[in-house]
Write a protein that binds this ligand. Structure first.
Ligand SMILES: Cc1cc2nc3c(=O)[nH]c(=O)nc-3n(C[C@H](O)[C@H](O)[C@H](O)COP(=O)(O)O)c2cc1C
Length: 217
């Protein structure tokens, strides 16, 4: 017995229906919202979880999950700027994102340039976080080697004491990145590996229209 019978029914329906050219939104952000809403409404666990890949100076890629925390003209997430991803995205401001909605036989891929969000945006988001996460953001030197868990707990206790009785301010090395899409791909699994894949890309030149192309699966 599947733990998600409703999602299984929906997945089979989506696989059966497929995606046609005619139903695609001209704007990939609109299309993304449609698919995201399907996930949310259906109760997919953490549909905002996305895999972000960065590239090192030596051209070695690395991937990890983060949570999508904002979507305007780009995909916004928050992290420690001194972490591996933070350093790589700063030195080489390009990223690939994948939303692994495999429980619905779907995935969305995005490729684009990366910018830091403004300090005001990072402050505003940081202020909404639970106090424990705020303290944790100070306490974790993300991606550094530590001897054992007690190091982390000691740092946490220190920060807790430092901010005793006051609001926790945002660490200066913690904030948001925004991935500005230059390409999207919407993938819908179908029977017999004849999946539907649609890529949106920007044409060369001043046009703001997106070019939509079907890709072979
Ligand atoms: C579902 C999920 C969501 C996550 N969300 C975030 C996030 O929003 N920001 C973040 O810094 N790390 C997040 N993490 C942890 C990262 O995957 C990663 O371990 C951490 O950021 C260090 O990555 P790095 O060493 O490559 O920089 C998340 C992990 C999972 C599994």
């Amino acid at each position: 017995m599947s733990p998600h019978p409703e999602l299984d029914v929906l997945r089979l329906r989506l696989q059966d229906q497929g995606v046609t050219e005619g139903e695609l939104a001209a704007d990939p952000f609109v299309q993304f919202h449609r698919w995201f809403d399907v996930c949310s409404t259906a109760g997919v666990h953490e549909p905002e979880a996305m895999i972000v890949s960065s590239v090192s100076d030596d051209a070695v890629p690395s991937s990890r999950h983060v949570l999508l925390r904002g979507l305007d003209h780009g995909f916004v997430f928050f992290t420690n700027h001194d972490s591996q991803k933070g350093r790589e995205l700063t030195a080489r401001p390009v990223a690939a994102i994948c939303f692994p909605w495999n429980i619905l036989a779907r995935q969305v891929r995005v490729v684009g340039r990366v910018e830091r969000v403004t300090a005001a945006e990072s402050d505003a988001y940081f202020a909404t976080r639970p106090r424990g996460s705020q303290i944790g953001a100070w306490a974790s030197r993300q991606s550094e080697v530590i001897a054992d868990r007690s190091v982390l707990e000691d740092w946490y206790a220190e920060v807790e004491e430092r901010f005793d009785g006051t609001d926790v301010t945002r660490p200066p090395n913690w904030g948001g990145f925004r991935v500005l899409p230059e390409e999207f791909e919407f993938w819908q699994g179908r029977a017999s590996r004849l999946h539907d894949r649609f890529r949106y890309r920007r044409p060369a030149g001043p046009s703001s229209e997106w070019i939509i192309e079907r890709l072979s699966p």
